[in-house]
Design a protein around this ligand. Structure first.
Ligand code: IDP
Ligand code: MG
Length: 152
């Protein structure tokens, strides 16, 4: 068990549908701590930087359009193995393959509108957190989270 931070985006479709509270609540109820949070309109440069690994793929232009089209919520959550755990809460990339009970399995229909982003590795998490947040905007470090949150 390792305490980790991960970058979560509540993407434009989820914000437009009024699902922000519901989706944030799922991370909180699982015991993850929100240690940074903001709402913003994403410009193209930041969108391309965030999704750099997908540049050149057929869906890249649509992906950038999707993330820049309407305001989104960016947050950092922290907790035990938070990177893998948050992705389990989010569900498979294609909602049609996502298990019911996951965010995408409960609220999504198509891969192009899959509601939430979660970092996929420790290296991605640190790279992505630095794209969305200044260090001064992050209010705790994992080792400052109370030990009562999880079983050692
Ligand atoms: P992830 O969000 O589960 O990590 P990735 O493979 O990293 O999935 O893809 C990033 C995002 O790009 C997806 O969440 C989805 O919004 C979009 N995407 C991925 N594959 C496709 C596709 O085939 N068509 C349209 N959009 C896609
Ligand atoms: Mg990904």
């Amino acid at each position: 068990m390792a305490s980790q931070r991960t970058l979560i985006l509540v993407k434009a479709d989820a914000v437009v549908r009024g699902l922000v509270g519901e989706l944030l609540s799922r991370f909180e109820k699982r015991g993850y701590q929100i240690i940074a949070l903001k709402m913003l309109h994403v410009d193209e440069a930041r969108a391309k930087r965030h999704y750099a690994e997908h540049e050149g793929k057929p869906f890249f232009a649509g992906l950038v359009e999707y993330i820049t089209g309407s305001p989104i919520i960016a947050l950092v959550v922290a907790g035990s193995d938070a990177i893998e755990g948050a992705r389990a809460t989010i569900g498979a990339t294609n909602p049609i393959k996502a298990t019911p009970g996951t965010i995408r399995g409960d609220y999504g229909q198509t891969i192009g509108r899959n509601l939430v982003h979660g970092s996929d590795s420790p290296a991605s998490a640190e790279r992505e957190i630095s794209i969305w947040f200044e260090p001064s905007e992050i209010f705790a470090r994992p080792n400052e989270i109370g030990a009562w949150l999880v079983d050692a």
